[in-house]
Design a protein around this ligand. Structure first.
Ligand SMILES: [Zn+2]
Length: 206
């Protein structure tokens, strides 16, 4: 068996649609990785082909913010129907929301409430991009710690509709320096939580 792949099939698995496959082929031909009429590509050339296509094109899903992001990369944007192939969000609503949060300029975030599982998800999505303080909404937070959180954070999200005791959220909501930094988000999902933070930044900029 020869160690090669069918070019069209390989491009399809990479997320290239019908139009994208044509343009990708032309790019591979331009770099002399293949020539017109040739159907297969040797495995040895796959790494270079991947690099060549990655330098020229950016694949994005149908979400408006992924389209806008792709256009700003300076590479040729191609719509993909394979959600996981979107180079911004990988088809994940949570990842899309996390990206929007960093694009909104939030670098330090406090989240009060949620569950151990959602806190883990937030760490996974935002770790390394945003400094996080994740506060258990069921346990007392000393008032001076709450005040310090408020001083430190770009946004403090009070995550209603989750495990959040009134006593804990009140320490943040009633603080004299709360102002626009404290955002109540009475929505359950991680993506919805992060969207609440982004909306508050958009409102503040108006
Ligand atoms: Zn996307």
């Amino acid at each position: 068996m020869s160690a090669d792949v069918d070019i069209d099939r390989w491009l399809t698995t990479q997320g290239f649609g019908a139009e994208g496959r044509g343009r990708a082929r032309a790019e591979l031909e331009r770099h002399e990785l293949t020539r017109p009429g040739k159907a297969r590509l040797s495995l040895e050339k796959l790494d270079r082909a991947t690099a060549v296509l990655g330098a020229r094109f950016v694949l994005h899903c149908h979400a408006a913010d992924c389209i806008a992001w792709a256009r700003a990369t300076g590479r040729a944007p191609l719509t993909t129907d394979v959600k996981q192939a979107c180079q911004r969000c990988g088809g994940s609503e949570n990842a899309r929301a996390a990206q929007a949060l960093t694009e909104a300029g939030i670098r330090k975030l406090v989240v009060v409430g949620g569950t151990p599982a959602t806190r883990e998800e937030l760490e996974r999505l935002l770790g390394g991009k945003v400094e996080l303080r994740l506060v258990d909404g069921t346990r007392h937070r000393p008032i001076d710690r709450a005040k310090a959180d408020l001083e430190w954070a770009d946004r403090v999200l009070l995550w209603g509709a989750t495990e959040l005791h009134h006593k804990v959220s009140k320490q943040y909501a009633d603080a004299p320096n709360a102002k626009h930094r404290v955002v109540h988000v009475p929505r359950r999902g991680v993506a919805q939580l992060l969207a609440g933070a982004v909306e508050s930044v958009t409102r503040a900029a108006r």
